[in-house]
Design a protein around this ligand. Structure first.
Ligand code: NAD
Length: 297
């Protein structure tokens, strides 16, 4: 029987533990604060930001939302980040990507104070993660690790194959899984758009992570018997629904289900974990900036 990995349930457990950590902070007079900055008219980005704000409210994090017109001068965004860096009530800053073309994304990533960089994308935090001394793990890769842990899926010695080499998913996850650590110690292969004989590599995986942004492109013939399949993909495809689209993963669930030992669904797999791990990083950030010891799940 294929085990279906329930990201909603694992994320709910993490949120519950975080509520206790937030109570500890509150007892020391600290309310964790997360600033979200939106400079985009993209409906998907708007939805992501409002979900993050709702998540904050549910667990007792102060949500501060800043919206900047997508055609405003880039300076407005840079100044907003400076102000948030200086604001002691803000412990975490998240600038929703993608940004308009006239904004220098690299400058934005570098200008968020590294101790408030709850996305974990500042070069200082990327470097620390690679060196095995992480401060904030990027939310999606961290969420994948937590899912594996929750289902006792051993990473030590496992062949982990990641399809996708982006800076937000593939690369940080590869680095995390190869760390000398209980939730690492895997033998990691990273595949990408120029990889040859992709199916041969994915079939050898004990843990296969799909993060290519290609709807249902991992089929049953690409998965080894009993493998754990983690589907990071979220793709909008046209469909005869009220909204005119539906969300599908990078994995062709129906054809993979028969072969896989365990599988994450879309929705309800990695997505809720990404959201929970943002709250985790915000609570961690609040603890670090106020010298309050908080236990984290
Ligand atoms: P990206 O577009 O930045 O990177 C995609 C990667 O896939 C690239 O490195 C590319 O080399 C590789 N790739 C593309 N086509 C390929 C092919 N045919 N064969 C092998 N490799 C191929 O994407 P991203 O930001 O890493 O996101 C990947 C997917 O994950 C998207 O669907 C995105 O929406 C989703 N996502 C989900 C969450 C979540 O919380 N579940 C979070 C972030 C991203």
């Amino acid at each position: 029987m294929t085990e279906v990995i329930d990201g909603n349930a694992v994320a709910a457990d993490i949120r519950e533990s975080l509520t206790e950590s937030i109570e500890t902070l509150e007892s020391e007079g600290v309310t964790p604060g997360l600033a979200t900055v939106l400079m985009s008219d993209d409906p998907a980005s708007e939805t992501y930001v409002s979900m993050k704000q709702r998540d904050c409210e549910e667990v007792g994090i102060d949500g501060i939302h800043v919206e900047i017109d997508s055609d405003a001068p880039a300076e407005e965004l840079y100044e907003t980040i400076d102000d948030l860096n200086a604001d002691p009530a803000v412990h975490g800053i998240l600038v929703q990507m993608p940004l308009p073309d006239h904004v220098d994304e690299r400058r934005v990533l570098r200008s968020v104070d590294p101790v408030k960089d709850v996305d974990g994308f500042h070069p200082e935090n990327v470097g620390r993660l690679v060196a095995g001394d992480d401060r904030y793990r990027p939310c999606t890769p961290h969420g994948v690790q937590k899912l594996l842990e929750a289902y006792d899926i051993e990473t030590e010695g496992a062949n982990a194959v990641i399809v996708g080499r982006s800076n937000i998913v593939g690369k940080p996850l590869a680095n995390l899984l190869l760390q000398k650590a209980d939730d690492g110690n895997a033998t990691v292969t990273v595949c990408h758009s120029r990889t040859e004989d992709l199916a041969e590599k994915t079939r050898a995986a004990d843990i296969l992570v799909a993060a290519a942004g290609r709807p249902e492109f991992i089929g049953g013939e690409m998965v080894g018997e009993g493998a754990t399949v983690v589907d990071v993909g979220i793709n909008r495809v046209d469909a005869d629904t009220e909204k005119g689209y539906e969300l599908v993963g990078d994995v062709d669930y129906d054809s993979v289900e028969a072969t896989a030992g365990a599988i994450t669904p879309v929705p309800g797999g990695v997505g809720p974990m990404t959201r929970a791990m943002l709250l985790y990083n915000t609570v961690k950030a609040a603890g670090l900036q106020t010298d309050v010891d908080v236990e984290l799940p």
